[in-house]
Design a protein around this ligand. Structure first.
Ligand code: ATP
Length: 290
């Protein structure tokens, strides 16, 4: 089983002609909502690839929270460790997108920041732990410390205050921006050296269309390319990559092979709109085609 300890947000997307200035009122041409949050996106994407997935997350006692739980159920995710928090709203991201696709985002972390160490203490079973930084760091730390299996940290968003967290991590999966933020240097090899001194097993830097760089403690560096695809929407590629990595590691593939598959699944996901990953059947079809 893959256990995801992470966030849920309802994304409220407002399409506007123009992003408002301070004091300005604008009219939205279109409004729609998507399930989001890195924890939820990664859990759903892993479940769609056929793994047993449990989500450990908090939502508010409101309609958004109820909808999140119903959504997870339809995606075959174990919701037995989801906490419903009174007097706090479900995490919400307000996303304004203008005609040119530029956006501004305001996040109300809501219930995500009310998930406590106590809430997760009975929930840390499974073979693979997948966690991110959209919940409190002390909760991430507790999960990593107490989990008995492979621990993957996707350090997104790129803010990590307690660097002791790194030494509790087996595999860390930053994108290029998060990597620079973690190591505070532009020197790739020196940055890898710094990070590999701390994490237990490997650093995987995702590189968008270029695929991913796998760096392990024995000094090996492998650039694993992603297949070339027609890009439609790159949103959430990182979440799909992390989900697929967890899925293939759970199947006991070696790291390099798991990254190869993760690249392929994430590449397939950018050919479609939306942040959630493809289903196993679509992946199998794609694997035959490439
Ligand atoms: P996001 O913030 O959009 O979720 P990210 O910045 O976290 O993404 P990226 O490094 O952009 O992550 O992409 C993650 C993975 O998705 C890459 O390692 C690659 O496997 C796949 N990918 C992303 N963009 C492309 C692309 N244009 N073509 C093929 N594969 C892609």
């Amino acid at each position: 089983m893959i256990t995801v300890v992470g966030s849920y947000n309802i994304d409220i997307i407002l399409k506007v002609n123009k992003i408002p200035e301070i004091g300005e009122t604008v009219i939205a041409d279109e409004v729609y909502m998507n399930h989001g949050g890195k924890g939820s996106n990664q859990a759903v994407s892993a479940s769609r690839l056929g793994s047993r997935v449990k989500i450990v997350a908090a939502v508010g006692n409101d309609n958004y929270g109820k909808n999140a739980i119903e959504f997870w159920k339809t995606e075959n995710i174990d919701i037995s460790d989801v906490k419903i928090k009174n007097n706090v709203s479900t995490g919400t991201a307000y996303i304004f997108v203008d005609k040119r696709g530029r956006n501004v985002i305001v996040v109300n972390r809501g219930a995500n920041y009310h998930l406590t160490e106590e809430d997760i203490s009975e929930s840390l079973d499974g073979n693979i732990l997948l966690t991110q930084l959209e919940i409190r760091e002390n909760v991430v730390k507790k999960a990593l410390k107490e989990f008995n299996g492979i621990r993957i940290l996707n350090p997104a968003p790129a803010v990590l205050k307690d660097t002791d967290i790194l030494s509790l991590t087996d595999i860390i999966t930053p994108n290029e921006i998060e990597f620079k933020e973690l190591v505070s240097t532009d020197d790739l090899e020196y940055g890898l050296h710094l990070l590999l001194k701390k994490v237990k097993r490997a650093v995987i830097i995702t590189l968008g269309e270029r695929g991913a760089l796998l760096a392990t403690k024995d000094g090996k560096r492998t650039l694993i390319p992603a297949p070339k695809v027609n890009v439609v929407d790159e949103t959430g590629a990182g979440d799909v990559f992390n989900a697929a990595l967890a899925v293939y590691l759970e199947k006991e593939y070696d790291l390099e092979t798991a990254v190869e598959y993760a690249n392929k699944v994430a590449a397939l996901s950018v050919t479609k709109i939306g942040a959630l990953g493809p289903k196993l059947e679509e992946v199998n079809k794609f694997l035959e085609e490439i």
